[in-house]
Design a protein around this ligand. Structure first.
Ligand SMILES: Nc1nc2c(c(=O)[nH]1)N[C@H]1C(S)=C(S)[C@@H](COP(=O)(O)OP(=O)(O)OC[C@H]3O[C@@H](n4cnc5c(N)ncnc54)[C@H](O)[C@@H]3O)O[C@H]1N2
Ligand code: MOO
Length: 390
């Protein structure tokens, strides 16, 4: 058995970033920017008023000063003339500040009669002008790689980047295995159950940018599993679920081996998730997850999501953790790293009593996976422990 961190580095060695493709800005949210985004304009492109008011010369600002209004500047419509001594231009938020003016008095600080304005008494030093290029200049970049958030999309739009180079969504083929499985919505016979973790895993991976394809459930026979692997050969990553243990019907490893899989590792010192395997099947990276629903979902979170992030051009790194205080005392941990379903209440982390790896109800209720390192000693309430948010 290898450690979780060794398993993760072997997995990172199996994958590389996907191709780069160009997508319209509207489809770029949640994708990973693959090349630096370059501003093809300066924003704002001109000195712009930040308020509705009057543009004039700052040196002339004093209580009760009078100005003649000689024109108007609105957003999208500049005033073409020059503001001279004693003159002002009616201006609105977002409008270019006219030549000659270097100050905007907000309209609340003026009294207007006809084409004359008089200033009030409490005008501060703030110019109410946004300088040209205050946000960014042409040539400024958004650095890749970067997972594009909504604010990034707004910034790229403002830079006039309409087409965005992103890493292609990794195509992940998911193979559920087992005679006992039927799809949700089907009627199982008395000895059957519903395939669940396939659906949870697809949802998890798609949330992180994968494009998942569910291969029809492989039955516990060599031909059925061979057919499933063959159907998955055009994927960037093959995930199998179940059939990974040592039972007579656990055929994933033998069938993959028969088809030429180069195994990278089998078995990881973790709980749940011990019978994890990985390798390369005819050049396609493959990860074999244990069948227990919680084991598969935990391995999805701890291994597959970081692998996916690397395929999306992001740095190879384990799942992010937050440190939380323990809400209860804990006995010492055994030799395997334990990923415990836990709730967070009043800022403290409370592991569930029953950690059986078949119990999806407990996983669904959990807020975090609380991570206990191998051989971690007994802990007392209040001590800090690393947790992976779910
Ligand atoms: N003698 C031993 N037995 C087992 C060991 C061991 O070390 N020695 N390890 C146990 C551990 S830990 C795990 S985890 C499981 C892993 O088993 P498999 O990967 O071979 O998975 P299966 O046997 O196919 O299924 C286990 C369990 O999960 C259910 N299952 C499978 N696929 C799905 C699915 N897509 N959706 C919902 N449920 C699924 C399946 O019906 C079984 O109940 O092995 C232990 N045994
Ligand atoms: O590792 Mo199994 O995944 O403990 O249930």
């Amino acid at each position: 058995m290898i450690s979780v961190s060794d398993a993760l580095s072997h997995l990172f060695d199996l994958v590389t970033a996907t191709e780069v493709e160009a997508v319209p800005l509207r489809q770029a949210a949640g994708r990973v920017l693959a090349r630096d985004g370059v501003a093809i304009r300066t924003q704002p492109p001109f000195a712009a008023s930040s308020m509705d008011g009057y543009a004039l010369r700052q040196t002339e600002v004093e209580p009760d000063a009078m100005f003649k209004v000689i024109g108007e500047a609105a957003a999208g419509h500049r005033f073409d003339g020059v503001v001279k001594a004693g003159q002002a231009v009616r201006i609105f938020t977002g409008a270019p500040v006219p030549e000659g003016a270097d100050f905007v008095v907000i309209q609340e600080d003026t009294t207007r009669r006809g084409d004359l304005i008089m200033l009030g008494h409490d005008i501060g030093p703030k110019t109410n002008i946004r300088p040209a290029g205050g946000d960014f200049h042409a040539g400024d970049t958004m650095d890749a790689p970067r997972l594009l958030r909504p604010a990034d999309i707004a910034l790229l739009a403002s830079m006039n980047v309409a087409t965005v180079p992103v890493y292609a969504k990794p195509r992940v083929a998911i193979i559920a295995t087992g005679d006992e499985l039927v799809q949700p919505g089907e009627v199982p016979n008395p000895d059957q159950i519903i395939a669940s973790n396939t659906y949870g895993l697809a949802a998890l991976l798609e949330q992180y940018g994968a494009q998942c394809r569910m291969i029809p459930i492989a039955r516990d026979t060599v031909p059925s599993l061979t057919q499933a692997f063959t159907m998955a050969q055009d994927a960037d990553l093959i995930i199998t679920i179940g059939g990974a243990s040592v039972g007579d019907h656990d055929l994933v490893a033998p069938v993959a081996a028969q088809m030429g899989m180069e195994q990278s590792f089998y078995k990881v010192a973790m709980r749940p998730g011990k019978p994890l395997m990985a390798g390369r099947l005819r050049d396609v990276p493959m990860i074999g997850l244990p069948g227990n629903p919680v084991s598969a979902m935990v391995c999805g979170t701890v291994f597959v999501v970081p692998v996916l992030r690397k395929m999306l051009g992001l740095p190879a790194a384990p799942a992010a953790r937050v440190d939380l205080p323990l809400g209860v005392d804990l006995p010492a941990n055994g030799p395997r790293e334990h990923y415990m379903r836990a709730m967070v209440r009043d800022g403290a982390v409370l592991p569930e009593d029953n950690q059986d790896s078949s119990l999806l109800g407990i996983l669904s209720r959990a807020d975090v996976l609380m991570v206990r390192p191998p051989h971690d000693g007994a802990r007392t309430a209040g001590e800090i422990i690393g947790c992976i948010p779910l």
